[in-house]
Design a protein around this ligand. Sequence first.
Ligand SMILES: [Zn+2]
Length: 347
Amino acid sequence: MTANDSAALDDQGDLYYRHTGHAPFAGTTLAAILSWIAVAVLGAAYAYADLYIKVADKLSIVITMAFAAAMGFTVFGVLRFGKVRNTAVVWIIAITSALLAVYASWVVWEFALYRQAGHHISLQGLWRLFRQPNDIFLIAQGVNQEGTFSLSSSGAVKGTELWACWGFEALIIAGCTALIPIAMMRDLAFCETCSRWCGNVKGVLRLQPTNEDLLRERLETRDIKHLLGLNRANSETPTHLRVDLDSCPSCKETRLLSVSRVAVAYNNKNHRNESAKKIIKKLWIGADDVEAIKSYGAPAPAQKVAGAATLRDPAASSMASEVTAAPVAPARSTGIGLGSSNMQQNG
Ligand SMILES: [Zn+2]
């Protein structure tokens, strides 16, 4: 434990990582401008795709979602690039980008619709249209009375039904564009010493469930041994604890521990589904603690281990509940690695 760590532990509030709230002026300004340009361009591309790609309804929802996800991830990438660690600023940029994405796609869609109908409108005309939200609404009202597409032989979809479709479409675009960056920025950790984002490794360890309140209490006093005293699980154990680490790639200062309770299930197509609930989120730990965790997680010489219950192994799975409850002797490795394949070195 370094002097810095001890100082951090003095204050209960500093046990867990929080964004500092810094929003560098240049980075934030650039992030806002780039986000707005990016969503306007993607919104325009979406408008053309929407107008010219004639596909079945289900596929058109997939296209909408693909554009919406692209907008959300672009805004996230730009905020990350701008090193914005202020939650309020993240929300403001994400929400303004979301509104602009919907509005720009509408402006360009109406512009493209006019051109498709043989009217010549210049790019200056497009810019003029952009600055007239009232006109955009009136044109939409006009289009709504005529209808734009038909679902079946019953004729064009129009009126209330079409407003509902448009509302749903706007909700997908605005929702993804705002919520993806907000959620993903919240999950990042930033090393203020090195001014860079930390890397995140998921599943450094997988352990058997335990009393979570006690675990949290002990870890908050930096009793890493309590964690390492738990029996091992693996990624196939139906319910287990997954240990994740955030660490700065440049220094030994920023080391953060997260623990999630994971439930593993397989659907009838044998697709693995892992649902995780965070029970400890970004607790400050020291570099020595990380070493202890990693050496515990390192694969030991091959050895047949009883109690490595998996969902795919019916014989073993019947033992799963016993294994969870039984106080087994100090755990040996089930051969889990350090999850290096998941390593993201976020610069
Ligand atoms: Zn650092």
